[in-house]
Design a binder for this molecule. Sequence first.
Ligand SMILES: [Cu+2]
Length: 299
Amino acid sequence: MSPFPSTRSSPETRSSTRHGAGRPVSRWRLAGKLTALLAVALLPLACGDTRIHPNPSASTFGHRHDELFMLITALTGVSFLIVLAMMAVPIIRDRARPGKKAHYDHGSSLHDKRFTAIVSVVVFIVLDAWVLFVSVTDLREAWWNYPPADSEEAYRVEVLAQQWAWNFRTPGIDGEFGTADDVVTINQLTVPADRPIVLNAASKDVIHSFFVPDMRIKRDANPGSVNRVWFQTKPEAAGNDYQILCAELCGFAHYQMYANLTVLSQDDFADWEQDASALAVASFDADDTEAHWAWDFKE
Ligand SMILES: [Cu+2]
Protein backbone atom coordinates (compact mmCIF):
# COMPACT_ATOMS: atom_id res chain seq x y z
CA MET A 1 0.00 0.00 0.00
CA SER A 2 1.34 3.41 -0.85
CA PRO A 3 1.73 5.70 2.19
CA PHE A 4 0.49 8.54 0.03
CA PRO A 5 -3.16 9.24 -0.51
CA SER A 6 -4.63 8.06 -3.75
CA THR A 7 -4.26 10.55 -6.56
CA ARG A 8 -7.50 9.38 -8.10
CA SER A 9 -9.97 12.21 -8.01
CA SER A 10 -12.84 11.91 -5.60
CA PRO A 11 -16.18 13.35 -6.75
CA GLU A 12 -15.44 16.35 -4.52
CA THR A 13 -12.02 17.15 -5.99
CA ARG A 14 -13.25 16.46 -9.50
CA SER A 15 -15.96 19.02 -9.13
CA SER A 16 -13.58 21.58 -7.59
CA THR A 17 -11.07 20.95 -10.37
CA ARG A 18 -13.77 21.41 -12.94
CA HIS A 19 -14.90 24.51 -11.12
CA GLY A 20 -11.33 25.82 -10.93
CA ALA A 21 -10.53 24.96 -14.51
CA GLY A 22 -13.81 26.32 -15.82
CA ARG A 23 -13.72 29.57 -13.87
CA PRO A 24 -10.08 30.41 -13.14
CA VAL A 25 -11.12 34.01 -12.59
CA SER A 26 -12.64 33.13 -9.17
CA ARG A 27 -9.16 32.49 -7.77
CA TRP A 28 -8.00 35.86 -8.95
CA ARG A 29 -11.08 37.32 -7.35
CA LEU A 30 -10.13 35.60 -4.09
CA ALA A 31 -6.56 36.88 -4.38
CA GLY A 32 -7.96 40.36 -5.03
CA LYS A 33 -10.12 40.19 -1.92
CA LEU A 34 -7.20 39.01 0.23
CA THR A 35 -5.00 41.80 -1.12
CA ALA A 36 -7.71 44.36 -0.38
CA LEU A 37 -8.04 42.98 3.17
CA LEU A 38 -4.28 43.22 3.69
CA ALA A 39 -4.25 46.78 2.32
CA VAL A 40 -7.04 47.81 4.72
CA ALA A 41 -5.16 46.22 7.64
CA LEU A 42 -1.96 48.06 6.74
CA LEU A 43 -3.67 51.38 5.95
CA PRO A 44 -3.19 52.85 9.46
CA LEU A 45 0.54 52.10 9.22
CA ALA A 46 0.76 53.79 5.83
CA CYS A 47 -1.06 56.83 7.19
CA GLY A 48 1.33 56.98 10.14
CA ASP A 49 -1.59 56.54 12.56
CA THR A 50 -0.08 57.00 16.00
CA ARG A 51 -2.96 55.33 17.84
CA ILE A 52 -1.37 51.95 17.29
CA HIS A 53 1.90 53.10 18.90
CA PRO A 54 2.45 53.40 22.66
CA ASN A 55 3.45 56.78 24.09
CA PRO A 56 7.02 57.79 23.27
CA SER A 57 9.49 56.55 25.86
CA ALA A 58 9.96 58.87 28.85
CA SER A 59 13.06 57.05 30.10
CA THR A 60 16.64 57.46 28.98
CA PHE A 61 16.94 53.91 27.63
CA GLY A 62 13.35 53.21 26.52
CA HIS A 63 14.20 53.96 22.87
CA ARG A 64 16.31 50.78 22.84
CA HIS A 65 13.16 48.77 23.56
CA ASP A 66 11.30 50.49 20.71
CA GLU A 67 14.17 49.99 18.27
CA LEU A 68 14.40 46.29 19.15
CA PHE A 69 10.64 45.96 18.76
CA MET A 70 10.80 47.58 15.30
CA LEU A 71 13.77 45.39 14.32
CA ILE A 72 11.89 42.20 15.26
CA THR A 73 8.74 43.43 13.51
CA ALA A 74 10.71 44.27 10.35
CA LEU A 75 12.64 40.98 10.30
CA THR A 76 9.59 38.80 10.91
CA GLY A 77 7.49 40.96 8.56
CA VAL A 78 9.97 40.64 5.69
CA SER A 79 10.33 36.89 6.34
CA PHE A 80 6.55 36.55 6.33
CA LEU A 81 6.31 38.34 2.97
CA ILE A 82 9.07 36.15 1.49
CA VAL A 83 7.28 32.98 2.65
CA LEU A 84 3.98 34.29 1.26
CA ALA A 85 5.63 35.01 -2.09
CA MET A 86 7.25 31.57 -2.17
CA MET A 87 3.86 29.97 -1.58
CA ALA A 88 2.06 32.24 -4.02
CA VAL A 89 4.37 31.39 -6.94
CA PRO A 90 3.54 27.63 -7.13
CA ILE A 91 -0.12 28.29 -6.27
CA ILE A 92 -0.45 30.53 -9.32
CA ARG A 93 2.11 28.88 -11.62
CA ASP A 94 0.90 25.31 -11.06
CA ARG A 95 -2.82 25.96 -10.73
CA ALA A 96 -5.28 23.56 -12.39
CA ARG A 97 -5.62 24.30 -16.07
CA PRO A 98 -6.84 22.23 -19.02
CA GLY A 99 -4.00 19.98 -20.11
CA LYS A 100 -1.86 20.75 -17.05
CA LYS A 101 -0.55 17.56 -15.44
CA ALA A 102 0.31 17.50 -11.75
CA HIS A 103 3.94 16.79 -10.86
CA TYR A 104 4.62 15.02 -7.56
CA ASP A 105 7.84 15.71 -5.71
CA HIS A 106 9.06 14.48 -2.30
CA GLY A 107 11.43 17.43 -1.95
CA SER A 108 14.33 15.07 -1.15
CA SER A 109 16.71 15.89 -4.00
CA LEU A 110 20.18 17.29 -3.25
CA HIS A 111 19.04 20.65 -4.59
CA ASP A 112 16.06 20.71 -2.18
CA LYS A 113 18.19 19.69 0.80
CA ARG A 114 20.79 22.33 -0.02
CA PHE A 115 18.11 24.99 -0.39
CA THR A 116 16.55 24.01 2.98
CA ALA A 117 19.95 24.10 4.70
CA ILE A 118 20.83 27.54 3.29
CA VAL A 119 17.44 29.01 4.28
CA SER A 120 17.77 27.56 7.81
CA VAL A 121 21.28 28.95 8.32
CA VAL A 122 20.35 32.38 6.92
CA VAL A 123 17.21 32.56 9.09
CA PHE A 124 19.21 31.53 12.15
CA ILE A 125 22.04 34.01 11.60
CA VAL A 126 20.10 36.96 10.25
CA LEU A 127 17.06 36.75 12.51
CA ASP A 128 17.93 34.92 15.72
CA ALA A 129 21.58 35.87 16.14
CA TRP A 130 20.94 39.52 15.21
CA VAL A 131 18.05 39.88 17.66
CA LEU A 132 20.01 38.05 20.35
CA PHE A 133 23.03 40.32 19.88
CA VAL A 134 20.97 43.52 20.11
CA SER A 135 19.00 42.19 23.12
CA VAL A 136 22.09 41.20 25.09
CA THR A 137 23.79 44.52 24.27
CA ASP A 138 20.70 46.42 25.49
CA LEU A 139 20.52 44.37 28.68
CA ARG A 140 24.22 44.90 29.45
CA GLU A 141 24.33 48.59 28.61
CA ALA A 142 20.94 49.63 30.00
CA TRP A 143 18.53 47.37 31.89
CA TRP A 144 21.18 45.45 33.84
CA ASN A 145 23.52 48.44 34.12
CA TYR A 146 22.35 49.40 37.63
CA PRO A 147 23.77 52.48 39.32
CA PRO A 148 26.57 51.57 41.75
CA ALA A 149 25.49 50.55 45.26
CA ASP A 150 27.05 53.66 46.81
CA SER A 151 25.55 56.04 44.26
CA GLU A 152 24.50 59.26 45.96
CA GLU A 153 22.46 60.22 42.94
CA ALA A 154 20.26 57.10 42.87
CA TYR A 155 16.81 57.41 44.42
CA ARG A 156 15.75 54.16 46.08
CA VAL A 157 12.20 52.86 46.33
CA GLU A 158 10.79 49.74 47.94
CA VAL A 159 7.72 48.41 46.15
CA LEU A 160 5.44 45.99 47.97
CA ALA A 161 2.69 44.57 45.78
CA GLN A 162 -0.49 43.07 47.16
CA GLN A 163 -3.88 42.05 45.88
CA TRP A 164 -4.70 44.66 44.48
CA ALA A 165 -2.58 47.69 45.22
CA TRP A 166 0.96 49.02 45.12
CA ASN A 167 2.64 50.08 48.38
CA PHE A 168 5.67 52.32 48.01
CA ARG A 169 8.29 53.17 50.61
CA THR A 170 11.00 55.76 50.08
CA PRO A 171 13.66 56.47 52.71
CA GLY A 172 12.83 60.12 53.34
CA ILE A 173 15.32 62.86 54.08
CA ASP A 174 17.61 60.64 56.20
CA GLY A 175 18.15 58.25 53.29
CA GLU A 176 17.53 55.20 55.55
CA PHE A 177 14.75 52.68 55.15
CA GLY A 178 12.77 51.60 58.21
CA THR A 179 12.92 54.92 60.06
CA ALA A 180 10.18 57.34 61.17
CA ASP A 181 10.59 59.66 58.20
CA ASP A 182 10.04 56.94 55.56
CA VAL A 183 7.47 58.15 53.08
CA VAL A 184 4.93 55.35 52.66
CA THR A 185 2.25 55.74 50.03
CA ILE A 186 -0.33 53.57 48.35
CA ASN A 187 -0.86 53.68 44.58
CA GLN A 188 1.17 56.87 44.29
CA LEU A 189 4.90 57.13 43.66
CA THR A 190 6.70 60.45 43.36
CA VAL A 191 10.23 60.51 41.92
CA PRO A 192 12.76 63.11 40.76
CA ALA A 193 13.36 63.63 37.03
CA ASP A 194 16.71 62.82 35.43
CA ARG A 195 18.06 60.79 38.36
CA PRO A 196 18.44 57.00 38.47
CA ILE A 197 15.45 55.45 40.25
CA VAL A 198 16.28 52.03 41.69
CA LEU A 199 13.36 49.91 42.79
CA ASN A 200 13.17 46.80 44.95
CA ALA A 201 9.97 44.90 44.24
CA ALA A 202 8.41 42.19 46.39
CA SER A 203 4.92 40.88 47.05
CA LYS A 204 2.76 40.14 50.09
CA ASP A 205 0.70 37.43 48.45
CA VAL A 206 0.84 36.25 44.83
CA ILE A 207 3.05 37.08 41.84
CA HIS A 208 2.49 40.59 40.51
CA SER A 209 4.44 42.46 37.86
CA PHE A 210 5.56 46.06 38.21
CA PHE A 211 5.02 47.61 34.80
CA VAL A 212 5.60 51.22 33.72
CA PRO A 213 4.92 51.19 29.96
CA ASP A 214 6.14 54.76 29.38
CA MET A 215 9.50 53.95 30.98
CA ARG A 216 9.67 50.59 29.15
CA ILE A 217 10.29 48.65 32.35
CA LYS A 218 8.58 45.59 33.78
CA ARG A 219 9.68 43.35 36.62
CA ASP A 220 7.92 40.62 38.56
CA ALA A 221 7.13 41.27 42.22
CA ASN A 222 7.27 37.87 43.91
CA PRO A 223 6.43 36.78 47.44
CA GLY A 224 9.57 35.73 49.33
CA SER A 225 12.15 37.48 47.16
CA VAL A 226 13.24 40.95 46.14
CA ASN A 227 13.67 41.85 42.47
CA ARG A 228 15.49 44.92 41.26
CA VAL A 229 14.64 47.19 38.38
CA TRP A 230 15.75 50.69 37.52
CA PHE A 231 15.06 53.56 35.16
CA GLN A 232 15.94 57.21 34.69
CA THR A 233 13.46 59.67 33.25
CA LYS A 234 14.39 62.18 30.60
CA PRO A 235 14.67 65.73 32.03
CA GLU A 236 11.56 66.77 30.09
CA ALA A 237 9.46 64.20 31.96
CA ALA A 238 9.35 66.60 34.94
CA GLY A 239 5.78 67.66 35.71
CA ASN A 240 4.20 64.61 34.07
CA ASP A 241 2.26 61.66 35.47
CA TYR A 242 2.58 58.12 34.16
CA GLN A 243 0.69 54.91 34.72
CA ILE A 244 2.02 52.05 36.80
CA LEU A 245 0.27 48.77 36.00
CA CYS A 246 0.30 45.19 37.16
CA ALA A 247 1.26 42.98 34.22
CA GLU A 248 0.59 39.64 35.89
CA LEU A 249 -2.93 38.25 36.12
CA CYS A 250 -3.04 38.27 39.92
CA GLY A 251 -6.66 37.62 40.80
CA PHE A 252 -10.18 38.98 40.62
CA ALA A 253 -9.38 42.70 40.72
CA HIS A 254 -6.12 42.54 38.73
CA TYR A 255 -7.55 45.06 36.28
CA GLN A 256 -7.86 47.62 39.11
CA MET A 257 -4.25 47.28 40.17
CA TYR A 258 -2.76 50.47 38.84
CA ALA A 259 -0.91 53.35 40.44
CA ASN A 260 0.31 56.79 39.48
CA LEU A 261 3.90 57.82 38.92
CA THR A 262 4.55 61.53 39.37
CA VAL A 263 7.84 62.92 38.06
CA LEU A 264 8.97 66.23 39.58
CA SER A 265 11.86 68.48 38.65
CA GLN A 266 14.74 68.08 41.11
CA ASP A 267 13.93 71.36 42.91
CA ASP A 268 10.22 70.55 43.22
CA PHE A 269 11.14 67.07 44.35
CA ALA A 270 13.40 68.38 47.13
CA ASP A 271 10.50 70.50 48.44
CA TRP A 272 8.08 67.62 48.16
CA GLU A 273 10.43 65.22 49.98
CA GLN A 274 10.96 67.72 52.79
CA ASP A 275 7.21 68.10 53.35
CA ALA A 276 6.44 64.40 52.96
CA SER A 277 9.16 63.37 55.42
CA ALA A 278 7.97 65.95 57.98
CA LEU A 279 4.42 64.63 57.62
CA ALA A 280 5.67 61.04 58.00
CA VAL A 281 7.51 61.89 61.22
CA ALA A 282 4.46 63.74 62.60
CA SER A 283 2.15 60.79 61.91
CA PHE A 284 4.60 58.04 62.88
CA ASP A 285 3.04 55.45 65.19
CA ALA A 286 5.62 53.07 66.66
CA ASP A 287 2.86 50.59 67.64
CA ASP A 288 1.47 50.26 64.12
CA THR A 289 3.58 47.24 63.15
CA GLU A 290 1.56 46.67 59.94
CA ALA A 291 2.84 49.98 58.58
CA HIS A 292 6.50 49.27 59.32
CA TRP A 293 7.32 46.93 56.50
CA ALA A 294 10.75 47.59 55.02
CA TRP A 295 13.73 45.46 54.18
CA ASP A 296 17.46 45.86 53.78
CA PHE A 297 17.62 47.48 50.39
CA LYS A 298 19.07 45.10 47.82
CA GLU A 299 21.66 46.96 45.73
CU1 LIG B 1 -1.12 42.30 40.47
